[in-house]
Design a protein around this ligand. Sequence first.
Ligand SMILES: [Cu+2]
Length: 472
Amino acid sequence: MDFLILAIIILAVVAIFQLLKIYELSRELRPDEAPVITEADSRMNARMGMIFIFGFFAFILWCVYKWGDKLLPEPASKHGVEIDQLWDVTMIIIGIPFVICNFLLFFFLNKYTYKKDRKADYFAHSNKLEAIWTVVPAIVLSALIVYGLRVWNDVTDHTTISANENPVNIELYARQFDWTARYAGDDNKLGDANYQMINGSNALGLITPEAIADRLAEITKDSTALRAKLDEQVKLEGIIFPKKSKPVDPHAHGAASHDGEHHAPAPNPEAHAKGEEHGGGHHEDPYAWAGNSKPVRAIVDELEHLTRMKRSIETFAKKRFTSSGDDLLVKGEFHLPVNKAVVFQFRAQDVIHSAYMPHFRVQMNAVPGMKTNFAFTPTITTAKMRENTKNPTFDYYLLCNKICGNAHYNMKMLIVVEDQASYDKWIKEQKTFAAQMAALLAPPAADSTTTKTLVPPTDTTMAKAPTAKPVK
Ligand SMILES: [Cu+2]
């Protein structure tokens, strides 16, 4: 049956091809005839062109009339006014030639319709014309670009604001699918963070002495569990270690104890690193004893990863860091004082997000592995904006403007702009990261009310790492 259908399709294609060939051949036989265009045809075309272009202009005017003031809401930040001016100037400068050129195009179509005994002037080249239509647009576009660049430099310059205006410092942290606002706290400095610190009680990976201790303890616990798992797997597969047949000690403290003598199968990242340094030479497999066992190699890889992480955390724990303990973590909504500069820092945990605050004319990508910045000064309070828009339920929002996953549409945060006194009152009610973490790590019965403000765990698998099983 399938073959029959295929045969029919092939035959149909061949038939169409043959028909086309016959048509081509027969055309050769017919006498040469010039395409017949009458004066009436040409006039008809010209008129249709005119109707089209005027219809098109009318449509644009209608759109501007209907939605021109709704493209963007009233700017509610200092630089927002500048951006809107740039937009208006650009639209006017490119809009005028657009209308003139398109009108002329159809006007000449109309003026010079085909007439039997009229012959067109023909010239191959004109330096003067070339010069005019190259130089004039070049000057106009250069002016527009310079203007645009100046506005851009002005709008994205957060260092001058940081240096001169004693701004509010806030971090917006993005992840699938919510935002966390982190206020700089008492020192007005955002504390340090590192992705390796991220765990169930520290979604932002913030660094404080307590967070470091918590994270190291967790890694130790995970490593112990992994070692027990490795031990079981090794037994199951009957793998024999090169020097000692004694299984790994599950009570060894994490992957940090890598003294190969007692625990032959323990991952040894140093040996590994050495092998890579010597590169080019003979590359020895530090886990040759594991043979081709995929499960064993997977566990060993994971252990090695944890070891590296632990080392890295221990290293930056020894250095001087700005503790994030005094930073305030806020979810759901965040507040800004009116007419005060705010410097934002953006980070992302998982994929690229984009912080979009349309009323303030702000959009900045939040990219995993790097920090981005933007500063602005809100100029209209939420209350005033409700009056201006005659909308009693108006609210400012921070939205995600990168399609970052299936709940992207719902990734938003309410922004409240208010006077300094109300802002000060609100900020006093917010909890520091240190306090939130202490509450989270405390036994649940201790204080049931505080758990409401906690940042939910980011990775539940991490938080629920299996506990080590004792091995006989
Ligand atoms: Cu997003």
